[in-house]
Design a protein around this ligand. Sequence first.
Ligand code: ADP
Ligand code: MG
Length: 243
Amino acid sequence: MTRIENPSVSIQDLSLNFGAVSVLETLSIDVAEGEFIVLLGPSGCGKSTLLNCIAGLLDVSDGRIFIKGKNVTWEEPKDRGIGMVFQSYALYPQMTVEKNLSFGLRVAGIPRDEIAKRIARAAEILQIEPLLQRKPSALSGGQRQRVAIGRALVRDVDVFLFDEPLSNLDAKLRAELRVEIKLLHSKLQNTMIYVTHDQIEAMTLADRIAVMKGGVIQQLDAPQTIYNRPVNRFVAGFLGSPA
Ligand code: ADP
Ligand code: MG
């Protein structure tokens, strides 16, 4: 594996078992500061499990996770310096968009004026200013997903984890939001770990793609390299590389 100096996220020999079933097997990956990594693979290969381990939503069976050089393997999710966006929007239905954005910050004791500043910035970047006083039920799917991204954005963290954020949207919206996520990343220059089973999403967004199968990374390379020089038939088949 190529070593990365001062990785933003470093996963070292991570294993996770559900009972007797091994879902992740001594998996290692270093993600550079500001890098956009896509975890790509078929349903059930362990992408969400890996992301949930990084987020601290699942306890690992073995191995270590470092974020910005700090061992966070046993830290609470809120202390890891990450923001997460899920496939289902996970917005609070009874709260306005503005409250959805501010809730976690108020719980964390961030001062009011700082919260207002962060919400204004996120709303501008994501173009959701006109939606701030609406409830999630009054939003389209694409608008809801923007708000969900906004919730990660206002936390002011360096590392974003996205779990199939676009898979509930229709093809047209998916294409639009793909472009927006790419723009967002070039604006923020943050570290992104982005899960998808969609090859096009992976090819357009990633600096590097980690192709997974059965809880193991098969290949970790730039999109063009993966496409042109797949290491095995599985990777070639999954990417639709020329034979
Ligand atoms: P992906 O996100 O790539 O579709 P997941 O990480 O959700 O895959 O799941 C990987 C494997 O772990 C699957 O075989 C799934 O059935 C299994 N799995 C996921 N969560 C649990 C759980 N809580 N208990 C037992 N098995 C699970
Ligand atoms: Mg998943």
